[in-house]
Design a binder for this molecule. Structure first.
Ligand code: CO
Length: 462
């Protein structure tokens, strides 16, 4: 019986996709022991938004959270999502910071690190992969999946081979917008399996009501693992439900290794938590309904709601259709980047600006300029010549890896914080989220044993 590994995402992706990453450690701590008994391949529990939310909203030290999870979850490997050279932040970090961060994450108990770059420019994940392996953890490389005239099965096969060549212990097809069609999932998994020797995992979202079907076709094509969320935190912008996928796969003679009776206990635990978030309005029922706009416009759900609120702020919601039509044009001008953080924000905002100013690229965002300069990596396709000229002015684009232009930063940050903390993990938190982490660290170290008052911050970048 072919084994299909299941990764449970309730603590990370489901938490992020449905309730803006507001699950606190105290809320889920009582079920960790049980989660460890289910038989999951891994438990995804850490990533950019979880780290950020811990410091920004939950008054929790993300490192402490990881340590506490590891103390209870002894058997199931812990998994995290890492944005390559961006780590968990929004800009590129120098290599010394990347290495130090990974070393610390593995030291605190991380077993599997899933690493991606928004542009599939693997120069931006190589260092992270190498350090992950050096620290003895599992380095999973990602192919960020998108739909465009320049992305086809052949291009993805090439990427998969590249990932194996740079040492990926497994390969994840990361379909963050839930766009992958069942037939493509089948063909993609089958073709990649033919050319690489490492396990292939499919990560998708139920956003468009397609992921369950695509998982099933991927299983038929020989996929080695899928990501699911316990049913009370599944579906919509989250992952397909763990229980349903388990029953379907077992019915088709696959082995998931999960114990159904244990799954029920986990789901019963999370149900009232989901209901509370629903009552308080943090969980909006809209995210649980399929959003076909994503298929029409190739716009992820989160990006669409951002654009709507930007337009409302400008009193220009009547321009929504114009903006929606502008998005694919901007994306084409930029060489078809996948619409994942930070590209989704960049493309969406530039499209909005193009419409609101009444002239395309009259104003070019500073991020778009940096992208055109090569600071995010190599664009998947060709950038529009006119835009390139306008964005660069007299500057020359860079062809080397952007991180190679950055000075080491860890020791400097440590020196800056020397009166506040002596802990390297605090220095890393500061490097990732400088505006909020410094105060957080000060307070934490001043009152190490008492829980200090909860602070509210206005902006939320996720
Ligand atoms: Co995801």
């Amino acid at each position: 019986m072919k084994k299909i590994n299941i990764t449970e995402t309730v603590l990370r992706d489901a938490n992020q996709s449905l309730i803006a990453t507001r699950l606190s450690f105290d809320l889920f701590a009582p079920i960790l022991k049980e989660l460890d008994e289910v038989g999951y391949h891994s438990l995804e529990c850490w990533g950019g938004a979880t780290f950020d939310s811990c410091i920004r909203y939950l008054n929790e030290d993300p490192w402490e959270r990881l340590k506490k999870i590891k103390t209870i979850v002894r058997k199931t490997p812990l998994q995290m999502l890492l944005r390559g050279q961006n780590l968990l932040g929004y800009k590129h970090y120098p290599d010394d910071v990347v290495r130090k961060f990974i070393k610390m994450a593995v030291y605190y108990g991380m077993d599997i690190i899933r690493i991606f770059d928004a542009l599939n420019d693997f120069r931006n994940i190589e260092v992270a992969m190498e350090e992950t392996k050096k620290q003895g953890a599992h380095a999973q490389g990602c192919i960020v999946y998108t739909v465009s005239p320049i992305h086809d099965i052949e291009s993805y096969i090439k990427l998969a081979k590249q990932l194996e060549n740079i040492g990926a212990d497994s390969i994840c097809i990361k379909d963050m917008a839930g766009l992958i069609m069942p037939r493509i999932a089948y063909n993609l998994v089958k073709s990649i399996k033919e050319v690489v020797n490492v396990p292939v995992i499919l990560h998708s979202h139920s956003t468009n009501g397609i992921a369950e079907m695509s998982y099933l076709k991927a299983a038929e094509a020989g996929v080695d693992g899928i990501d699911c969320a316990i049913s009370s935190f599944s579906s919509g912008t989250s992952q397909p439900p763990t229980e349903s996928m388990h029953y379907v796969l077992e019915d088709m003679d696959f082995n998931t290794g999960l114990q159904a009776s244990k799954l029920k206990a986990v789901n019963d635990f999370f149900k009232p938590i989901r209901d509370d978030f629903s009552k308080s309005g943090v969980l909006d029922s809209k995210v649980l309904t399929p959003q076909p706009e994503a298929l029409t416009y190739q716009i992820p759900g989160g990006m669409l709601s951002n654009m709507i609120s930007q337009l409302k702020n400008q009193n220009a919601i009547d321009k929504l259709d114009a903006v929606l039509n502008e998005v694919p044009r901007v994306r084409e001008d930029l060489g078809y980047p996948p619409l994942v953080t930070p590209m989704s924000q960049m493309v969406g905002t530039q499209a909005t600006v193009n419409i609101l100013t009444g002239e395309r690229y009259k104003m070019i965002l500073k991020e778009v300029k940096a992208y055109c300069k090569g600071e995010y990596g190599k664009a998947p396709g060709r950038i529009n010549e006119e835009l390139l000229e306008k964005a660069l002015g007299n500057e020359k684009p860079i062809t080397i890896r952007f991180a190679d232009t950055l000075e080491p930063a860890f020791d400097k940050a440590k020196e800056h914080l020397k009166d506040t903390t002596t802990h390297d993990e605090d220095v890393l938190s500061y490097l990732l989220f400088p505006q909020i982490a410094e105060d957080f660290i000060k307070n934490k170290n001043m009152h190490p044993t008492t829980e200090h008052a909860r602070r509210e911050y206005k902006s939320q970048p996720i």
